[in-house]
Ligand binder design. Sequence first.
Ligand code: ADP
Ligand code: MG
Length: 170
Amino acid sequence: MQNKEILLQVKNVKQYFNEGKRNEVRAIEDISFDIFKGETFGLVGESGCGKSTTGKAIIKLNDITDGEILYEGVDIQKIKNRKDSLKFNKKMQMIFQDPYASLNPRLKVMDIVAEGIDIHKLASSIKDRKKRVYDLLETVGLSKEHANRYPHEFSGGQRQRIGIARALAV
Ligand SMILES: Nc1ncnc2c1ncn2[C@@H]1O[C@H](COP(=O)(O)OP(=O)(O)O)[C@@H](O)[C@H]1O
Ligand SMILES: [Mg+2]
């Protein structure tokens, strides 16, 4: 992996919740790793050791307590304005662990998967939007007939696939 391009650098990151208070949680205490382009990176550890917190820090869902996270060499904590945030969010997507809690129960699969397409204005027409969603559903092993259904009409595994399609959409 040495000659490959570094995509993500996590450097001495700490994440404390409720810092200084009685209920302080030190969720991450000094983690460092690099992820290279094209690499599939697995982070393994016992329940509660800070894996999800690390993921959330990387996609900037939480502001970290200390350390540095560089994506393509850019310190993600310095991404502030809307334009740069949009650019960043387009490149980094999370597939959440709980596929039921992470899908809006009031939206049909079509609109769940198309959310990122809409935010980033990726579709040139309504027809193109539909086609993109159909293609994404096929990519994750679902079919276009599923686009018109609501999340509760799917199995857990199928719901997880909807979350993957949504992440791939951008
Ligand atoms: N928003 C939060 N506020 C307070 N504590 C949190 C918060 N999120 C996670 N934690 C705590 O941080 C620790 C790490 O959690 P997490 O990253 O979800 O672990 P896991 O490795 O199982 O994904 C746990 O003790 C958890 O209770
Ligand atoms: Mg977790």
